[in-house]
Design a protein around this ligand. Structure first.
Ligand code: FA5
Length: 354
């Protein structure tokens, strides 16, 4: 082939490619053109193969013509590709609402999602918070027992056999006559015997079970946090101040509290600590059953027989104890309507509750 014929073929290639590129609207249509006009089977490559058949003096001119055409073809392809890709990205950005603070997969829906990372159960999260508050106040944490003997659950707490108050903590029994603990108070005497010396400040968290008719605020299995404080000259006002300080730290705001009499055989006197409902501030709402108050804690001054059972002389020492219902406080703090949600395995609830 003569040099002018090669020149014509190459010019024709440039014209053809320019026309085709002008009609293309999608970046992906360009890739086949690239191989057609610059790949191994292209006219350009064939022209290169013909160089050896040209007269020697024409070869440099033909060679630089082929190289110049190659650059021209590649440049046309690359400019068009860049233009189409940036138009496509701009179009995607226009319809996509970009949140620059979000994890990357939120803005890039085509990218596979990051694996789900687990989180603490809402109850465990709140147990940790409560324990942090109490340890900051100087209390030593203990874990309760889920199964215990008749002695620790009842007798040690001033409830001998046939005591009618045992019915308040009706529960189940194993065949070996062990009791799934109905309250964390079973740990009181055990902790007193373990710590032995005053001042004694202990907080016990545990899962408890009761033979209970279940509803939105009653579970058959729930959590309690028990507290014990024993020293010389401990008074009921120390107890109320301690509970007040905890409740305010837990809810993160000032909570008006009130105390009303309550009966528990292991304390004298016994009280129920009511907090003004944090949702309606006393006006009355669904969360507080329209009373304006929430029963937060059962508490009282430790009964002399229980102190004695734990190894403390009631003539020298006094102290207070409380038992709070963790689930109910978590419900109140987080606006959770039904205690059963805390035992469900609904991942949407579990990952959003706290
Ligand atoms: C007791 O269990 C006493 N041991 C508390 C105590 C400890 C009093 C130390 C004095 C000294 P009570 O049965 O009221 O008390 O339960 C305490 C708290 O547990 C209640 O205020 C409530 O918040 C929670 N609670 C009781 N029953 C249930 C239930 N079925 N479901 C969820 N929470 C419950």
């Amino acid at each position: 082939m003569a040099i002018n014929k090669i020149e014509r073929v190459l010019r024709d290639q440039v014209t053809q490619l320019t026309q085709k590129l002008s009609k293309i609207t999608q970046a992906e249509e360009i890739y086949p053109l690239r191989s057609l006009y610059t790949g191994k089977e292209s006219e350009l490559q064939k022209a290169l193969g013909l160089l050896k058949d040209l007269p020697k003096e024409e070869r440099p001119t033909a060679g630089s013509l082929i190289n110049a055409t190659k650059r021209e073809l590649e440049q046309a392809i690359s400019e068009k590709l860049t233009k189409l890709l940036s138009e496509e990205l701009a179009a995607q950005d226009a319809v996509r609402d970009i949140d620059v603070t979000a994890p990357f997969h939120v803005n890039m829906p085509d990218v596979p999602k990051l694996p789900r990372v687990g989180s603490l159960h809402p109850l465990q999260h709140e147990i940790n918070r409560m324990l942090t508050i109490f340890t900051t106040m100087g209390f030593t944490p203990f874990e309760g027992r889920e199964v215990d003997s008749d002695y620790y659950v009842f007798d040690s707490l001033n409830m001998p056999k046939e005591h009618p108050a045992r019915q308040n903590w009706d529960t189940f029994r194993t065949e070996d006559n062990l009791i799934p603990t109905p309250h964390t108070s079973n740990m009181q005497v055990r902790v007193m015997r373990k710590m032995k010396t005053a001042p004694l400040r202990a907080v016990i968290y545990g899962r408890v079970s009761r033979n209970e008719a279940i509803d939105a605020v009653h579970g058959h299995t729930f959590y309690q946090i028990e507290g014990l404080y024993i020293d010389k000259g401990v008074s009921i006002s120390n107890m109320i101040a301690t509970i007040n300080a905890f409740v305010e730290a837990f809810f993160g705001r000032k909570v008006t509290g009130k105390v009303q009499p309550g009966y528990f055989p292991f304390v004298e006197p016994g009280i129920e600590y009511m907090g003004q409902c944090p949702f309606c501030e006393g006006a009355g709402c669904g969360s507080c059953k329209h009373t304006g108050w929430l029963e937060l804690v059962g508490a009282g001054m430790i009964h002399p027989s229980v102190l004695r059972e734990g190894g403390f002389d009631p003539a020298v020492y006094s102290g207070f104890a409380w038992g709070l219902g963790l689930d109910r406080m978590v419900m109140q703090r987080n606006g959770i309507q039904d205690i059963r949600s805390l035992f469900s395995s609904d991942i949407r609830f579990l990952s959003s509750a706290v």
